[in-house]
Design a binder for this molecule. Structure first.
Ligand SMILES: NC(=O)c1ccc[n+]([C@@H]2O[C@H](COP(=O)([O-])OP(=O)(O)OC[C@H]3O[C@@H](n4cnc5c(N)ncnc54)[C@H](O)[C@@H]3O)[C@@H](O)[C@H]2O)c1
Length: 447
């Protein structure tokens, strides 16, 4: 293959559009999607997706970034294609290949007309074995060409966090490449060396090892998070113990590391829970029980009940005997600050905050909620069964017990003016632990 100067990206969603705009800094990029409205917006230099820095990138590099619904145009005018369509989870925890197969068939059909070597790269998260046993097969059948000779195939997932996709994409700790040939891996390595702002390290291996590496990495992170939360639940029973002090110290050990090691809510969002479950499903498929991954999932789900129990203890009706104003659950208002699965995003998929609100509704409490970005989506889940407020202050003013579920920056300076005098707070992220608030406040992980 001649030096790469043109790339196509299939699937312009939360990850794909960021991928396309990052490559557009250095390459001619053609994005493909089935959503015509998205295509029109992108071609006007606008973003259909909310992501930090994306709008600036698309407008700055609009000369290099074109979007289309036409696969043929994209494949014939590019040398490398990244597929970033969604691979939703099935009931058994595995990932669906439905969108991927549709995309592969269209790419294969376009490849039939192409003379030059083309590299097809799967970036979507897939079950181990998919690239070699599904994607290669579909491409060979639809293109009537030979993988390894006429076109190449690789697996190259991203390790990005929503809200910082562009920063993470351009400054990765490492790039994971699953390759069928040295040549294909080198094409990808050169593209990243040219695109990244840092000097990334590369993990290059065969296709199936890379597919396993992708889900096992997320599985390991969920284990770390869950370890910190298990430690927190023990420390809460030990007067004087503080899990966040402990995790800050043990995280200094290079064998452990600080990241994702602090008490808080369980993990959530569109990647961690499903990758962990898929890892266990994959292990079952090959006849091994991934006890650790299964236990991590179970303990993570238990966090919701654990938090609800602390809220029960804090709520006035079940609270300290000397409480002046005993209320029943039905009379008690729980104020929840934060609904998104993490700060700086509106996404509520598998958010523990959402599960906790649901649990508290089921238990009979009155709920009042506030989130800077996620309220719109939360309305589609809770409808009229909770009260939505316009600010953290309003939410707190109405509440008997406040629960801080998402560590948004603005919740660091909670303002107690106008709040009920015997307000109790559960601060799940230790946001206000350095302030003397003079109220009944609990922190996760503190005895
Ligand atoms: N979003 C993340 O944080 C993240 C992180 C790591 C990995 N991933 C993986 O990346 C993949 C994509 O995730 P996402 O969050 O960007 O999904 P998404 O749902 O936001 O985007 C998918 C896009 O693909 C388009 N699409 C669907 N079928 C298509 C087709 N046949 N041809 C062209 N376009 C088509 C959709 O219209 C949509 O724009 C998934 O496998 C996911 O697991 C996502």
């Amino acid at each position: 293959m001649k030096e790469v100067n043109s790339i196509s990206v299939v699937g312009l969603g939360k990850l794909g559009l960021c991928t396309a705009s990052c490559f557009a800094q250095k390459y001619k990029v053609i994005g493909v999607d089935i959503d015509r409205d998205k295509i029109d917006l992108i071609n006007q230099g606008k973003t259909p997706i909310s992501e930090t820095g994306l709008s600036e990138m698309i407008s700055k590099y609009k000369e290099n970034l074109k979007a289309t619904t036409d696969y043929r145009r994209a494949i014939l005018n590019s040398q490398v294609t990244f597929i970033v369509v969604a691979t939703p989870s099935e009931a058994d925890g595995t990932f669906s290949n439905k969108q991927l197969e549709v995309a592969l068939k269209q790419i294969g059909a376009a490849l039939r007309e192409k003379q030059a070597y083309h590299l097809v790269v799967i970036t979507s998260t897939v079950m181990p074995g998919t690239t070699e046993h599904v994607a290669k097969f579909v491409l060979e059948e639809t293109s009537r060409k030979k993988c390894g000779k006429d076109f190449g195939i690789a697996y190259n997932p991203e390790f990005i966090a929503l809200g910082r996709v562009i920063r993470d994409f351009l400054n990765p700790d490492f790039i994971l490449i699953g390759e069928m040939s040295e040549k294909d891996g080198q094409i990808l390595e050169d593209i990243y060396k040219n695109t990244c702002e840092n000097t990334p390290r590369f993990g290059r291996m065969n296709l199936v090892s890379a597919e396993i590496a992708k889900i096992s990495l997320n599985c390991y992170i969920t284990m770390k998070i869950t370890y910190a939360n298990s430690l927190a639940s023990i420390c809460e029973k030990v007067p004087g113990a503080d899990a966040s002090v402990i995790t800050s110290a043990i995280g200094l050990d290079s064998r452990i590391g600080k990241k994702y090691l602090k008490p808080g809510l369980g993990y959530g969002g569109p990647c961690f829970p499903r990758d962990n479950v898929a890892f266990a499903a994959f292990a079952r498929k090959v006849g091994v029980k991934a006890k650790l991954a299964e236990m991590v999932d179970e303990v993570n789900r238990d966090q919701v009940t654990r938090i609800a129990k602390i809220i029960n203890d804090l709520s006035v009706g079940n609270g300290p005997a000397n409480s002046s104003d005993k209320k029943t659950k039905e009379e008690t208002v729980i104020g929840v600050l934060g609904l998104s699965y993490k700060p700086n995003t509106h996404i509520i998929e598998d958010s523990q905050a959402i599960d906790i609100v649901q649990q508290l509704i089921n238990e009979g409490y009155k709920l009042t909620v506030y989130d800077p970005q996620a309220q719109g989506l939360a309305k589609s889940v809770f409808g009229d069964s909770v009260r939505y407020t316009n600010s953290s202050k309003e939410c707190m003013r109405l509440a008997d017990v406040v629960l801080i579920t998402t560590p948004w920056e603005e919740f660091k300076d909670i303002d107690l003016s106008g709040c009920k005098k015997d307000l109790a707070v559960l601060d799940c992220w230790n946001l206000s632990k350095d302030r003397e608030l003079g109220i009944n406040i609990r922190y996760l992980g503190r005895g």
